[in-house]
Ligand binder design. Structure first.
Ligand SMILES: Cc1ncc(COP(=O)(O)O)c(C=O)c1O
Length: 433
């Protein structure tokens, strides 16, 4: 478990956290589900590449290219170890969105046919909905949604009293919908988020893979919000695809990661054609490169992949178990403090064991943008809007929510300042009784 001392040491690695923002207030950064801050170690790794060994990879015998190739492929090995995969199962792309699109194009177009069903859930991020909509439209397949357990008329106070209707309406997935889809349709793929970027709920992906496994249904796990915050073992989950983004886990923007089981990658045709993804090119045909390069056409984002390697090192030094434990402590504290705010409705589970540190809420009828503006005056950065999850907003019966999302450098003292700021908003708008 991390002590206060460790957190202070961690915070010292993030120069931006010392910044004063609006009205001279010290920055409180609670928008980590959108993107996280970067430690010096990551910034230094990128700087070092450009200063000392900038070169293209895989293509030259000169020393700089050798060093750059070693660092780039070294990052791949680190990322593979981080999620218990093999290096040739890791493909670098631009972000989680591109990783999911790669699967939709390269695997989906070869495997989804008219009349097939793709199962997603109501809590998905747009990047795990729209690629499947495009594919389904093109192929004459259909999308089936696993609903979430939610009662639009239930307030958070009711949940606490156990009056939430159904099983509390905490946004958990109604797994019966998955069984129903499997028994009524030709399901080929389940595409499901590991942790919701709105509700914070952690989905039972391992159990869902088990349900799908003997039916021959492939499973894609969107790990954009889980990989940064908890230990992930793709072999243990046994999913076929796992997608995530470096920038949500202390790494730079512009790097996404797609894990895919080796046997699927072997059978898959490339997504993009060009340099580096081929072994030989003749006038009228070409021979593909080995895995994973077959799926990395053109010059990749070398500097940022190397920077991401430093982010993985950084998280490994802390230990992902410790990241989860510390965030669990913050989550419990946040949940208890949020219950004190009159008129606040939290979406998602109240059970810290089943959620991460992402808190979406509305405060009486204050518009989330107004609330975010008031918090910004106090130096607190939160998100407001639909969080790229409009079907979920529709299901929750709201146009938008406010969202505070925490990471390893946040503290209880910051949560206290956040709660004070919510109280200030309550006074300004005279809401919440
Ligand atoms: C659950 C989830 N999936 C996918 C994404 C897309 O990530 P990116 O924008 O890095 O592609 C996000 C980003 O917020 C997310 O939260």
């Amino acid at each position: 478990m991390l002590s206060m001392l460790d957190i202070e040491r961690i915070r010292a690695d993030f120069p931006i956290l010392g910044r004063k923002v609006r009205n001279g207030k010290r920055l409180i950064y609670f928008d980590n589900a959108a993107t996280t801050q970067k430690p010096k170690q990551v910034i230094d790794a990128i700087y070092n590449y450009y200063m000392n060994y900038n070169a293209n990879i895989h293509r030259a015998v000169h020393q700089l290219s050798e060093e750059a190739t070693e660092a780039y492929e070294g990052s791949r090995a680190k990322v593979a170890r981080f999620i218990n995969a093999k290096s040739d199962e890791i493909i670098f792309v631009r972000n989680a969105t591109e990783a999911i699109n790669l699967v939709a194009y390269a695997w989906g177009r070869a495997n989804i046919r008219a009349g097939d069903t793709i199962v997603v859930s109501e809590m998905e991020h747009h990047s795990n909905i729209v690629p499947w909509q495009i594919l389904a439209r093109e192929k004459g397949a259909r999308l089936h949604y696993i609903r979430i357990d939610h009662d639009t008329n239930t307030s958070r106070d009711d949940h606490e009293k156990g009056e939430g209707g159904d099983s509390g309406g905490d946004g958990s997935l109604i797994l019966d919908d998955l069984y129903h889809a499997i028994s009524h349709g030709n399901v080929k793929l389940l595409a499901i988020s590991h942790m919701s970027n709105v509700l914070g709920n952690i989905n039972p992906v391992k159990e869902m893979v088990e349900i799908c496994r003997d039916k021959g249904i492939r499973v894609l796990v969107d790990g954009a919000q889980s990989a940064p915050h908890m230990p992930v073992d793709v072999k243990d989950i046994d999913c076929d695809f796992f997608a995530f983004s470096a920038h949500k886990m202390l790494g730079p923007t512009g790097v996404g990661i797609l894990y895919t089981k080796r046997e699927i990658l072997d059978a898959m045709d490339p997504f993009l054609g060009g340099g580096d993804m081929i072994r030989e090119v003749h006038k009228y045909d070409a021979v593909w490169n080995d895995l994973p390069w077959k799926f990395e056409a053109g010059t990749p984002n070398i500097a940022d992949v190397i920077g991401f390697g430093a982010a993985v090192d950084y998280l490994n030094t802390i230990g992902m178990e410790n990241v989860r434990l510390y965030e669990d402590e913050l989550t419990r504290y946040m949940l208890s403090r949020l219950t004190e705010v009159k008129g606040l409705r939290l979406y998602g589970s109240m059970d810290a064991d089943r959620r991460g540190a992402v808190f979406s809420f509305n405060l009486a009828d204050i518009h989330p943008h107004d609330l975010a503006t008031i918090l910004d005056e106090d130096g607190i950065a939160i998100r407001s809007g639909h969080h790229c999850a409009q079907p979920l907003m529709e299901r929750l019966g709201v146009a938008a929510t406010s969202r505070a999302s925490l990471y390893i450098y946040n503290t209880k003292e910051e949560i206290d300042r956040f709660i004070d700021s919510l109280e200030r908003a309550r006074l300004i708008f005279k809401v919440g009784g």
